[in-house]
Design a protein around this ligand. Sequence first.
Ligand code: PNS
Length: 171
Amino acid sequence: MSTLAVYPGSFDPLTNGHVDIIARGARLFDRIIVAILLNAEKAPLFSVAERVDIAREVFKGRPNVEVDTFDGLLVDYVERRHAQVIVRGLRAVSDFEFEFQMALMNQRLNSNIETVFMMPAEKYTYISSRLIKEVFSLGGRVSGLVPDLVEERLREKPEAQPIGAGVKDKR
Ligand code: PNS
């Protein structure tokens, strides 16, 4: 039997921490679906279509990585896709409490689905999508922390630019 995993999240934007977890998942499981939650945040920086486009481009050389969207309960989506595993990344102890709650709630909702926690490479343990957006919007460098394509898209996005960009831009 082949094992199919779902790696759910907002990915607004995709970071190198996510990419690292996906690469590890793609080695461990036969196939991994990067599942982008629809309508999670009221005002995301990137639309779902943009996030799908970025992820598809980043993983286009990896045949066992699929990019999809989902709505509603995660466990229902996992079941619909005939997947057996939910992958979540754990960066630090601070992630654990919420992740533990989610894993147990998902287990209660569907006990056939297992949550597997994976640790990214240590150099990515402090990265989050929220910090990337904040640092970029204040003129800080994010290269090496996100795929090059994400950096490019951040530069193109007016909402992501620092106030007075071009004057004190240190990037
Ligand atoms: O990138 P994020 O914001 O940490 O991802 C959170 C996500 C998408 C995994 C979580 O919000 C989720 O699964 N939402 C779908 C709705 C659902 O199933 N909620 C109950 C989870 S216990």
